[in-house]
Design a protein. Sequence first.
Length: 110
Amino acid sequence: MEKVINLTPHAISLAEVDGNVIETFAPSGTVARVATTSEVVAELMGRPVSRTSFGEVTGVPAPVEGVVYLVSTLVAQAARRPDVVSPDTGPTAIRKDGQVVAVRGFQAFA
């Protein structure tokens, strides 16, 4: 089994299909981020329309065999590494009062 290091500021719970939590990944204390820049590219109804561009990923260590890094979806998309995943907060996620309380899986973008 891989070692999972949570590089988000939140605990991430992994649950079975029935909702029983089988593992909770505590924050590691390091938060991975992706740099963003924004520029106004148009106007709509008198309001600016901005284009956001994503840049450098910080806070994700170099790959280590047997280690998977758990990050936000934006960071995982920008990192495009097979060892960098994010919680799958789509329709299969478990919600309480509209908030995700656990996920049933992860997503990768590499």
